[in-house]
Design a protein around this ligand. Structure first.
Ligand SMILES: [Zn+2]
Ligand SMILES: [Zn+2]
Length: 153
């Protein structure tokens, strides 16, 4: 028995050699206290499954739409899109490699990481539900505005 195998992986508990920079099974690096991609050794971080640039683009598009369609209808569309994006994010989120997009399977994650992922997923489901409710509310507002406009003329 050599000294190099006395170390254990901090995530999956398998014996890991000090010579290796990260665990060959789950990618956890004891030294850096973070998970590495098994493919390219890039940092694996909790990803919400959405592109943050999409949010900024959506905001800009919303401003243009509000000018064209009026506030109520464009808010309906925006919340509808946000609802779809967050819902898609709930299914695609997870611990992913920043460099190549490799996703760490659930059985590779440590207990803390699973809890972190579960907590974030729960928040996203709440956010998605809130966007859905707001989309319906704005649609009702728009329908009401159209109706009163028709009645008025
Ligand atoms: Zn491991
Ligand atoms: Zn990678």
């Amino acid at each position: 028995m050599t000294a190099s195998v006395s170390e254990k992986c901090g995530s999956c508990g398998r014996p890991s050699s000090a010579r290796m920079r990260h665990c060959s099974t789950c990618g956890w690096s004891n030294e850096q206290k973070q998970r590495c991609c098994l493919k390219c050794e890039g940092p694996v971080v909790l990803n919400n499954g959405m592109n943050s640039a999409a949010g900024g683009g959506g905001g800009l598009l919303g401003a243009v739409m509000a000018w064209f369609f009026g506030l109520a209808l464009s808010l309906t569309l925006l919340f509808g899109v946000a609802f779809a994006l967050t819902l898609a994010g709930v299914f695609t989120m997870g611990f992913k490699c920043n460099m190549c997009g490799w996703t760490a399977a659930d059985n590779l994650l440590s207990k803390q990481e699973k809890e972190e992922k579960g907590g974030k997923r729960f928040k996203m489901i709440l956010g998605s539900a809130a966007c859905g409710v707001l989309a319906v509310a704005c649609f009702a507002w728009w329908a009401w505005a159209m109706k009163s406009r028709l009645n008025g003329s």
